[in-house]
Design a protein around this ligand. Sequence first.
Ligand code: PMV
Length: 331
Amino acid sequence: MNDRSAAIPALELPLSARAPGKCILFGEHAVVHGAPELVLAIDLSTQVLVRGAAAFALNADPDGLEHNPYFRTVVERCWAGRPPVAVRAVSRIPRAAGLGSSSAFVAASVAAFGAASGGLSRADLARRSFAVERGAQGVGSPGDTSACVAGGYVTLNGGSGPVLWTLSDGEKEWTARRASDPGWTWVVAYTGVPRSTAEAVRAVGRRLGEPGGPELLAEFTRVATEGIRALEAEDRAQVAALMIQNQELLRHAGVSHPRIEALLEAARPVSEAGKLTGAGAGGSVVILPERGREVELLRRLARAGALTFVVRASPHGAEVVDPNDPAPLPS
Ligand code: PMV
């Protein structure tokens, strides 16, 4: 997936690109501070169609540059001084739910603009996507955008798989690696409570700066390191035990939420483990279902008021697709 044949080729407008959303299994928040993370690209995606136009627009909104900081930043950084384009974005990823809707939009847009600017290596696509997301959001790690660009399971600053790319924000450095896919099915449940990633990241940053903060970060590091090792060994029981520990640490960090706890509680009798995924403070939970009890799990979560998704790893990272593709969202 990281070879030359998988790079973004040079193409002319109009063109279309697609990128998957993501789900974090271990290490959200701590990864912002350089700790390890395990994240997978999921089989829900965002597709963008970019074509020349008389004026810039996003989904027919002529003020899209003003209204959407991700669109504005991707245009500023990847299309500066070029003629106006109209972008249409279609997504099956719920917004502000911790499932990477903004990273998928960014990765797909950077891929499209990269293709229309002479092509791009996959590592450059990952670096530019991180720069755009960070520029628009002000805070954050390259975990989300790396998963959306690479597809499959990805580790940041941990794991033993082949290196995909290295990234830096000038202060911190991250190494993204490929992790193998155990082929497991996950259930993601959205609480319906939207939240701001930037606010949650800043709040955890303050928490880690208080007394006990360094110890908490060390625990996040231990749990993610062991979790990555357990996933690589396809040790489901150990992955489950560590997910539960990770959720406990996220509670200590102050980013759980009564709706998150209610969904975890509803899932408990038919799941091996569950935790919040993403920034928390609302957003979604990811659950490792008890094998054979998936349907009951979905019923329980729906009764508890969640919007549920059964997800597996998407083997496809961000890619250019045929703009005439009659089925734009085949996930
Ligand atoms: O914005 P979300 O909810 O998809 O998740 C972001 C994950 C964090 O670790 C909280 C922030 C980051 O950029 O890594």
